[in-house]
Design a binder for this molecule. Structure first.
Ligand code: SF4
Length: 518
């Protein structure tokens, strides 16, 4: 059971927090916290106004033994553009004079507050000695701070390096200063947000504990994804922005956002690309029809199709040329599947279920072949292969596995860690097939698993009571996301991090000639 200590500077702020906690935890007592695995005890401490009183409160709390989970909660001034009264700022760090204290679990709390329906901004908070005028707020914002207050940084000292967060509900902004009549309505909005945020602080505290982290290896980028990203980077260097990319270059929102920042423009169809422009085909491949359209339009295509997807395309053409009906085991609507089916549309059929296999009507039952989407789960694919070979005993498969090395290795690795962990977090986007298969693989091993694009997607309820957490990442998810997740979890308590390696990878693919010059 983790005890939550909330430091609220003013009586009115402490009252708002107490009201919010009522029903989830009794102040200075213990109550069953709905939605968490553990009961939680909470106390709300009125910390006093200003940095001097805050420092004294922190010293008193520390002398009594640092709080198990410390939350600083109060109203604050919004320094950054776009903040409105009632918004909640979650501090990534709080600074006062030459002291800065980090709050690593801030992204976890920010995500949970958003899911609770609050408007949330994540960023640095500056503690100051006096109330600031709008002009002073602009100066603070220029220094990078999102909000100002008069207590947070000194109060964080009470945590002595243990779990700590800061939330500030915005009561005044650069447009509506603390000295204007708007402060009344702004204060009411801020106190309401503070009350709504209080139960989320209880959930945050319930997730605080020391824990073991087991990293799956291999995880994250595969050779095909690294190659595709490098192709776009090099195309931007060679041709300058913008460079058009048909579909997401790989299925990951972080990768796409970073490349878009550099000048890549992602389009769904070639008709959105101006005549004569450079366009990159994504790692998932395209059908011959798309290549022909690019030629017709005079576009300058650069093909980032993964060589292992291209291999499946070659197999599709070969089987079709030999008169086979080619059953493609895969998921409808996935770009890779659409590209592969486009290689020989008249000779191919997508099979997703045993019913699809039963529905196949080959001209010659002795001439059926099957291929696979590269990112399937091995277990799922083998069920379909059994159904096909049961019905067509002479069915021919690919020369070598279509499910690629990266998919296979990441599934083996997640299975190995799932057996040792209470939950598994899979870094990856919702449209990433191989990331979703990792979730399913962990779940088949009996461990709850969750797909997250980053730390803000992690629900605190998943973490409550989880003392061993496995982490992996889909082949399209950047390694940095795993680092961000472990850094955020470290803000909930000490971590013991180990890595479980099931196989070492050394695969690399060459670049296409169009971008090899630099
Ligand atoms: S997951 Fe496999 S097929 Fe897809 S890009 Fe990576 S290596 Fe290529």
């Amino acid at each position: 059971m983790t005890k939550l200590t909330v430091c609220a500077p003013l009586a009115i702020e402490a009252r708002a927090v107490r009201r919010g906690l009522a029903g989830t935890a009794e102040q200075s007592g213990t109550a069953e916290q709905s939605g968490t695995a553990e009961p939680i005890a909470a106390q709300v401490v009125r910390a006093g106004y200003g940095p001097v009183r805050a420092a004294a409160t922190a010293a008193r709390l520390q002398a009594a033994g640092p709080p198990e989970a410390l939350a600083v909660a109060g109203v604050g001034g919004g320094a950054a553009d776009g903040l409105r009264t009632g918004d909640i700022v979650v501090a990534t760090q709080a600074s006062y004079r030459d002291v800065t204290v980090s709050c690593p679990s801030a992204p976890l709390l920010a995500g949970e507050l958003r899911r609770a329906g609050l408007r949330v901004r994540l960023g640095p908070v500056q503690t100051v000695d006096r109330l600031l005028k709008p002009g002073d707020l602009s100066t603070v914002a220029a220094g990078g701070a999102v909000a100002v207050d008069m207590e947070s940084a000194p109060l964080l000292a009470a945590a002595a390096g243990g779990p700590a967060v800061v939330i500030r509900a915005i009561s005044d902004t650069r447009e509506h200063s603390v000295l204007s009549p708007h402060i009344v309505t702004g204060g009411i909005a801020a106190l309401r947000s503070l009350r709504l945020a209080a139960p989320v602080l209880a959930r945050w505290a319930a997730a605080c504990q020391p824990r073991r982290i087991v990293l799956a290896s291999p995880r994250s980028f595969c050779a095909g994804v690294e190659r595709a990203i490098e192709i776009v980077d090099r195309a931007l260097e060679l041709h300058g922005a913008p460079v058009y990319v048909r579909k997401q270059i790989v299925h990951n929102s972080v990768v796409v956002a970073e490349l878009a920042d550099k000048g890549a423009i992602f389009v769904d169809e070639l008709r959105e690309v101006p005549d004569g422009a450079t366009v990159v085909f994504s790692a998932h491949g395209v059908s011959p029809e798309v290549r022909q359209e690019a030629d017709r339009r005079g576009l300058r295509p650069i093909d980032a199709t993964c060589p292992l997807v291209a291999k499946v395309h070659v197999e599709a053409r070969r089987f079709a040329a030999e008169g086979y009906l080619v059953a493609l085991i895969g998921h409808a609507g996935h770009e890779e599947v659409e590209g592969t089916l486009g290689e020989a549309p008249e000779a191919m059929a997508l099979v997703q279920t045993s019913a699809d296999v039963a529905g196949l009507r080959p001209a010659d039952p002795g001439k059926v072949a099957y291929l696979m989407q590269t990112t399937l789960s091995a277990d799922e694919a083998s069920v379909m292969v059994d159904a096909l070979t049961d019905r067509f005993p002479a069915a021919r498969g690919p020369g070598s596995d279509d499910i690629c090395y990266a998919t296979t290795n990441r599934q083996l690795a997640v299975k190995a860690i799932a057996e040792q962990c209470d939950i598994v977090l899979v870094a990856g986007s919702a449209n990433s097939s191989n990331s979703r298969r990792l979730v399913e693989t962990a779940e088949r091993a009996g461990t709850p698993a969750y797909l997250v694009d980053g730390p803000e997607d992690i629900e605190l309820g998943w973490l409550a009571g989880a003392s061993a957490i496995g982490i992996t990442a889909g082949a399209s998810a950047p390694p940095a996301v795993v680092s961000q997740i472990t850094a955020a979890l470290a803000g909930l308590g000490q971590l013991d991090i180990t890595e479980r390696t099931v196989v070492a990878e050394s695969v690399q693919f060459g670049l296409p000639k169009e971008v090899r010059k630099i």
